[in-house]
Design a binder for this molecule. Structure first.
Ligand SMILES: Nc1ncnc2c1ncn2[C@@H]1O[C@H](COP(=O)(O)OP(=O)(O)OP(=O)(O)O)[C@@H](O)[C@H]1O
Ligand SMILES: [Mg+2]
Length: 584
């Protein structure tokens, strides 16, 4: 996901301020005020060194001793309080900002099309929300506090230095830009590297989530060693990149130490001569050295901060990049909300492919699903059955051709209202790590417990649900870990029954059930299908024999259609599939 394009710093910062920081400007304002006070107090201490040395220690003017002593005490107390205040306020705002970004990222992801999720594995997306944003969290926490505070402290201390000795201070500022150039160079390299680290981390977490989800297969085939190897390689890649980035990031430390050593040495020698010549006092010189030593810490912090800010900006850039991905499928301006009753669904010359470089999953397909009737889709694996089902709720849009429901092109219907008219049992069943209540209730907003139980009874699920340890309150675990395949199917059928929608889409809804359970559910389903436009996909032809209409797909085209007996008489593909089914 990383790109070689040059990172543009200012647009990222401007957008960050506009979209996220502005909301907390009051907090940031207070934080900056406290930072300024705290920074000014540090500089004040450096200034006070002069009277401490010259008046209190050298000349021993007792009238100053208490005043200056107490002054120093008050100064430190105030500095403690203001530092605490700005740190807490800044973190409050910073963490809020991070939370806002995470929420926005998630809301954006979930609003995108299935195509986005096919192109971006879930592990990667999780990593963006968790890892990239946590990098930003670090930047926000130490970055923003440190940056403001260190800059302000530095400015005040530089003021003190110029106040005490203009020549020395100017000399230092000739050397200083050198350090800045070096630090910037390190920062740029680090930002690039952090991009690569985050990418590797994203693929690592993606790989891990895939392995854990497929753990049954891993064990069945005894591939633990293989997976350990694969994971180790990914872990090592991240590790090596991080080590390298630490090596580069900390180059600034030896560089800075040498720089500071040079400066202090120069100041001492030059200042020593000045004091000896009576040009300056010991107090002034020491005040200067104090200011310079105190300035060293913020400079060092700024140098390191630059790194963490660069890394944070890199993360920001990637996060904004994801936020900018527009949904392919969205409401047209003239899209209307609709409610259907027994609608006809017409596919008119529909062609579709998942990716432009792949073969067509559907090729110029036309047919009609009659309102209130049950149409069955049959055909070999990969012939395009699920694809047809994906197009009706607009999970994808056709490349050409159109889909009309009651004469209205689906593209002119508000997506939310379009999908509200459908109940879907998909081929790969999704069970959430939540209670049975929630899993069935997913079908209908605001369903009561009574509704849910009724749906479960109709789906022949009530009995086994009650036998679960906590009945309907049982949490089903990731991917419905606690259920058999057939039980999962019955939960998802209950979900669809609860939805009570005029269009019913059943993709292998009963494939995991045994004959007996299937017959029982079939009764419910036929009951449910009455008065609804139903599209059923089934491998077992016994379930589709009674369909009002049967479409036979072959390689993305409608090869045959008609009723069961008509198709048998044609003695074509359907008859062949049927014959194979009988001998099972
Ligand atoms: N997400 C996807 N990305 C790319 N190609 C896909 C995707 N889903 C399906 N295809 C391809 O589209 C074609 C039709 O697939 P589809 O899922 O519609 O088949 P199907 O008839 O439902 O098969 P099955 O009976 O096995 O479920 C296949 O060639 C398949 O490889
Ligand atoms: Mg399928």
């Amino acid at each position: 996901m990383s790109s070689a394009k040059k990172l543009e710093t200012w647009p990222i910062i401007r957008r960050m301020i506009r979209d996220y920081l502005m909301k907390y400007r009051v907090q940031f304002g207070w934080a900056i005020l406290f930072m300024a006070i705290s920074a000014a107090l540090t500089a004040a201490f450096a200034l006070m060194i002069e009277p401490i040395i010259d008046d209190v220690l050298t000349k021993g003017r007792l009238e100053y001793v208490w005043m200056i002593g107490l002054g120093v005490f008050v100064l430190f107390v105030l500095r403690g309080v203001t530092t605490y205040a700005h740190t807490v306020i800044m973190n409050f705002a910073g963490q809020r900002v991070i939370g806002d970004i995470q929420r926005d990222l998630f809301s954006h992801f979930i609003s995108l099309d299935l195509k986005f999720f096919h192109d971006h594995p879930s592990g990667q997306l999780i990593s963006r929300i968790v890892n990239d944003v946590s990098v930003m969290r670090n930047t926000a926490a130490d970055g923003m506090t440190g940056l403001g505070k260190s800059l302000l402290t530095l400015i005040f201390l530089v003021g003190v230095m110029f106040h005490q000795d203009v020549v020395l201070a100017s000399a230092i500022f000739v050397i200083f830009p050198l350090a800045v150039v070096f630090v910037m160079w390190i920062g740029r390299r680090l930002r690039k590297m952090s991009g690569r680290i985050q990418d590797h981390m994203a693929s690592l977490s993606d790989m891990l989530s895939q392995i854990f989800l497929g753990v049954r297969v891993v064990k069945a085939y005894g591939r633990e060693g293989y997976e350990i190897n694969r994971a180790t390689q990914a872990i090592d890649r991240v590790r090596d990149m991080v080590i390298k980035s630490v090596r580069i990031g900390n180059l600034s430390t030896p560089f800075n130490e040498v720089l500071v050593g040079t400066v202090v040495c120069g100041v001492l020698v030059y200042g020593g001569y000045q004091v000896a010549a009576g040009e300056t006092t010991a107090g002034q010189l020491l005040s200067f050295i104090t200011a310079f030593s105190l300035a060293y810490e913020p400079i060092r912090k700024l140098a390191r901060m630059n790194n963490s800010i660069q890394v944070g900006l890199g993360a920001c850039d990637r996060v904004f990049g994801l936020l900018d991905i527009p949904p392919d499928i969205s409401d047209l301006p003239d899209a209307k909300a609709v409610t259907f009753k027994k609608p006809d669904i017409v596919f008119s010359r529909v062609t579709f492919q998942y990716h432009s470089d792949e073969k067509k999953a559907l090729n110029d397909v036309s047919f009609t699903l009659k309102g209130g009737e049950m149409t069955a889709l049959v055909g070999r694996s990969g012939s395009g059955k699920t694809t047809i089902m994906n197009l009706i709720p607009r999970f994808f849009d056709p490349v050409s051709g159109s889909i009309l429901i009651d004469g209205q092109d689906v593209r002119h219907i508000q997506i939310e209202s379009l999908r509200q008219n459908m109940a879907l049992v998909s081929q790969d069943i999704t069970i959430f790590d939540d209670t049975v209540w929630a899993n069935i209730g997913y079908g209908l907003n605001g369903a009561t417990q009574d509704d849910i139980i009724k749906a479960a009874i109709a789906a022949e699920a009530d009995e086994f649900i009650r036998a679960l340890p906590q009945g309907y309150d049982t949490r089903l675990g990731e991917e419905g870990l606690k259920l058999s395949g057939g039980q999962k199917q019955r939960i998802s059928i209950a979900r669809a029954i609860l939805r009570d929608a005029p269009i019913l889409l059943l993709d292998e809804a009963t494939s995991a059930l045994d004959n007996e359970a299937e017959r029982a559910i079939q009764k419910t389903l036929s009951e449910l299908q009455k008065g609804r436009t139903t599209l059923v996909i089934a491998h077992r032809l016994s379930t589709v024999q009674d369909a009002d209409h049967i479409l036979v797909l072959e390689e993305g085209r409608v090869a045959e259609q008609g009723r069961h007996h008509q198709l048998l008489d044609q003695n074509g593909i359907y008859a062949r599939i049927y014959g194979a089914g009988l001998s099972e």
